[in-house]
Design a protein around this ligand. Sequence first.
Ligand SMILES: Nc1ncnc2c1ncn2[C@@H]1O[C@H](COP(=O)(O)OP(=O)(O)OP(=O)(O)O)[C@@H](O)[C@H]1O
Ligand SMILES: [Mg+2]
Length: 275
Amino acid sequence: MNDPVAPDSPSPAAVSSSAVPPLLELSEVVVRFGGNVAVDGASLTVDAGTIVGLIGPNGAGKTTTFNVITGLERPSSGRVRWAGDDISGLAAHRRARLGLARTFQRLELFGSLSVAENVLFAAELCRRQGGTVRPPVVDVAPDVDAVHETAALLERVGLGDLAATRAEELPTGLARLTELARALATRPRLLLLDEPASGLDERETERFADLLVELAADGLGILLVEHDVPLVMRIASRVFVLDLGRILASGTPAEVQRDQRVIDAYLGAAPVGEV
Ligand SMILES: Nc1ncnc2c1ncn2[C@@H]1O[C@H](COP(=O)(O)OP(=O)(O)OP(=O)(O)O)[C@@H](O)[C@H]1O
Ligand SMILES: [Mg+2]
């Protein structure tokens, strides 16, 4: 991994061995699809209460990296650690129970259900079995606490007035907020967001950014994949840049934005956001 941090600085792993281990640690992850190497030795860490950006060009391997973290994709090699424990062999639903939640690049809502129902099922399933989100199979009275939690979450993400709207009627930006609320209903410790701001207008993006900062201040770890680079640079404390499956650079937003390799591979000559 090429890191702009000075060579004699301790690696994230070395730092964590003498302190609290990171909430999430990926070490040298490789994913091959036939002859194509989608992720090529990527390592990264996310600490509780921080927002970490994962950026890079189309096809760089960002979503595949998320799939490895959540257990949807088995890496050809490399490890995934959760608070210091090796969870590389753990099934996706068991990882969800540990407190790992994600939103999807392509929306995965139940379109014929209301906004509130989409969130409620996640809240109820989390309470009953700490499990993953599936459509309802039985018609039972909702858990009152889960109903209250759902209402509070919808208010928090700004969807209070749209609770009864069918998910398929939502514009993309509001559907993404519903996905966020649904992920939060599982009470995650780490939230993986795959292009959550695409389809959001400027005002919605501002509000969304504030919300992520609040959530991190409450202790949530957030790994943010996003092509809205100014947004990432504004709210992330650390940014990893993926290119052709490799971590090209990592560091603070300011360090990453002035890294010539990152400018050449992804950012281009135009400055993005404040440095
Ligand atoms: N299931 C799969 N089978 C074969 N190749 C795949 C599969 N999933 C992803 N790939 C390939 O792996 C590479 C990385 O894809 P990935 O979707 O992880 O990129 P990404 O960084 O998320 O891109 P984008 O910004 O466009 O979402 C690409 O070359 C893609 O075509
Ligand atoms: Mg992707």
